[in-house]
Design a protein around this ligand. Sequence first.
Ligand code: AMP
Ligand code: FE
Ligand code: FE
Ligand code: ZN
Length: 289
Amino acid sequence: MAVARQFHGPIDLHAHSSVSDGTETPAELVRAAAAAGLGTIALTDHDSTAGWPEASAAAEVEHMTLIPGMEFSTRVQYASVHLLAYLFDPADSALLAELTRVRAARFTRAEQMVARIGADYDLSWDDVLAQTTPEATVGRPHIADALVARGHALNRSAAFAGILHWKAGYYQPHYAPDPLRAIQLVRAAGGVPVIAHPATRGIGDIVAESRLKTLVEAGLFGLELGHRENKPEPTARLCELAAKFGLVVTGSSDYHGTGKPNRLGENTTAPEVLERIIAEGRGSAPIYG
Ligand code: AMP
Ligand code: FE
Ligand code: FE
Ligand code: ZN
């Protein structure tokens, strides 16, 4: 009888690298996870899998388990909903086409936001490009870094609380598919979809019972209830709904390097839950380093 490959603990299933808005390269992130005492890390850059090969190689060297993943941008009207996806086929053509569309929309949206900010502050598009790599998924964090470099904000958090806040008037949304379509795309690519930080302010009635039921029927597998931005009351309500719908519950850090206060391993996921996620994933395999 074949023996199942074993992953290491503790387990953190949500972290970003410089392929999106994290401040460390994929290899640096894996090394930071090892140094933090973790045994398993999922690389979940926004709308991109470009960091998988580098993170996989680093996981082998560090004897870490790597779960290949992504945080898929989705949207319902004005509410941004993040969908974690694990173990999907990164070459699936329908998924790739949608990710290309989202990244292009993010790029145009960032250019437009910077043009508007540049009318009031000394800030150019080149300042933002200096904070990203050519293949990175561009987001407001890169605009924040450019604002910091120009002395208009003290750090990312201050930039988000000020110039980048929607109330400041420079905010602009970007195209993203609705969560139902994103779940369908992830499942069709063999992946396992989990809603990221579903109990944050602003996510609204997207996770109301009737809507959640539709997402579960489309293949939603879990909810990330262990996350510092989740609020207690909706978390308790979603915990009950997770039990009712048979969803797994994950916990993770959402580490962004120095870009956010979140620390690796500040929330973790139970080994039984990771076992279920691995058993469910068919598009790619964990790296058992
Ligand atoms: P965007 O998707 O371009 O609108 O930017 C949203 C991203 O900004 C999220 O993925 C977070 O990682 C990051 N972010 C949101 N709020 C903050 C904050 N207060 N400090 C640092 N990063 C933040
Ligand atoms: Fe982010
Ligand atoms: Fe997120
Ligand atoms: Zn994230």
